[in-house]
Design a protein around this ligand. Structure first.
Ligand SMILES: Nc1ncnc2c1ncn2[C@@H]1O[C@H](COP(=O)(O)OP(=O)(O)OP(=O)(O)O)[C@@H](O)[C@H]1O
Ligand SMILES: [Mg+2]
Length: 224
């Protein structure tokens, strides 16, 4: 098992209300699976992903990712993991603006365990994603979809065993979304386990499995 959570919960307090953003979630993801988690805005997808990757501590429950007990690890151990076997593509824009595309792609490699960049792999990834001609550009000169593809290339360049991607296709046109979904499908076939959150029902055609998040609870129901 690559990912396993047991009664994973996160409570927040807002005003006088205490509520579960993630409510006793039991999630299991097997090796090489591409699993999509769908759910409305505010349903708890990012909160779940922040806990899986050690950015946010749970208020209850257990998380095992790649044989690590995530909630027991310290920040240094977590950042080594996130620069190596665990790639996290966060929601929204997350490139460093004062680094070129190539410098952005190489950045996690300097933090993780795979210290040597694999030039062949990077060429392969950037060509698959169609960003090979932009490597010396700065992110500001790229479209939103291109920037998203750079962030994805950066994560796969660290050669992770598991990729957690939070809404990688949100606010992109169909063409860009398709490039990304096809890419994820290909990388899963080649051996990377991928967990993705999305509003995009099209992802159902590419994922091995779809789960639904509703008010913090994870449901295993078929698409309507
Ligand atoms: N730090 C926080 N403090 C208080 N409430 C929070 C905090 N972070 C998130 N929430 C709340 O928890 C709920 C889940 O938020 P989350 O960001 O996980 O949703 P999401 O499913 O990722 O939504 P979206 O699709 O819009 O990204 C929301 O009601 C949000 O307002
Ligand atoms: Mg979110």
């Amino acid at each position: 098992m690559i990912v396993k959570t047991e009664n994973l919960s996160r409570e927040f307090v807002r005003g006088k209300n205490q509520f579960y953003a993630v409510d006793h979630v039991n999630l299991e993801v097997e090796e090489k699976e591409l699993v999509a988690i769908m759910g409305q805005s505010g349903s708890g997808k990012s909160t779940l992903f922040h806990m899986l990757t050690g950015i946010l501590k749970p208020t209850e429950g257990k998380i095992t990712v790649l044989d690590h007990e995530i909630e027991k690890m310290n920040d240094r151990q977590l950042s080594v993991l996130r620069g190596g076997d665990l790639g996290y593509i966060m929601q929204g824009k997350n490139l460093l603006q004062n680094l070129t595309v190539m410098e952005n792609i190489l950045l996690p490699l300097s933090l993780g365990k795979n210290r040597k960049p694999d030039k062949e792999r990077i060429t392969y990834l950037t060509e698959l994603l169609g960003i090979q001609n932009m490597l010396s550009e700065y992110p500001a000169n790229l479209s939103g979809g291109e920037q998203r593809r750079v962030a994805i290339a950066r994560t796969f360049a660290q050669n992770p065993k598991l990729v957690v991607a939070d809404e990688p296709t949100s606010s992109l046109d169909m063409e860009n979304s398709e490039i990304i979904m096809k890419y994820f499908q290909k990388m899963a076939k080649e051996g990377t386990t991928i967990l993705v959150s999305t509003h995009d029902r099209e992802f159902a055609n590419y994922a091995d499995r779809c789960l639904w998040m509703k008010k913090g609870k994870l449901e295993k129901r078929e698409l309507e």
